[in-house]
Design a protein around this ligand. Sequence first.
Ligand code: CA
Length: 227
Amino acid sequence: MTRVLVVEDDPQLAKALVINLQARQYGVDAAPDGATALRLAAAGPPDVVMLDLGLPDMDGVDVIKALRGWTRVPVLVLSARRASDEKVAALDAGADDYITKPFSMEELLARLRAAVRRTEDMPLAPETTLVETDGFTIDLLAKKVRRAGHDVRLTPTEWHLLEILVTNPGRLVTQKHLLQEVWGVSVSNKTNYLRVYMAQLRRKLEADPSHPRYLITEPGMGYRFER
Ligand code: CA
């Protein structure tokens, strides 16, 4: 049984979520505030966390940061906040996805299923070191890329970026995460580095680099590899 921790201080919404999730055979714990959420998560680690950002005792972003200190459990943010900075802050803190209130229960359940699927896909099993697309093939073990029967030469930086994206297929990887992983924290404001290297990767891998099929930009947020 997939266990969901619902963190929501609006009692009506919390109740609706619990009823709908239980009706679909999820195991559900509910927390009305951040402190209870962290206590419940530590007592019995959930498979997914659904988290409201506006909680009475602490900011939802701080709940994400606290969780990320010890777990990679998927966090789906339920946000009434439309400002994209809030969403970016939540994603940078380690949220996996967000949905803006008001949302339909069907959409929420679809996002939940996707979040669960992504954890089942990861980490990449050692035998699945080949990432194949219609356009190119990446051998993660040999660190080689082949396109149209030829090896594609990548710089170490290009390789590092590509490796992070393809090992998170279908998933938004934030600019901040990529900058930290590839260049270190000291240049975390240098998003122009990313643009330059992503453009190079697209020239080497995409049939039409100005309309990428595989290396997708999420404006203002980051990048996504679509197989
Ligand atoms: Ca709230």
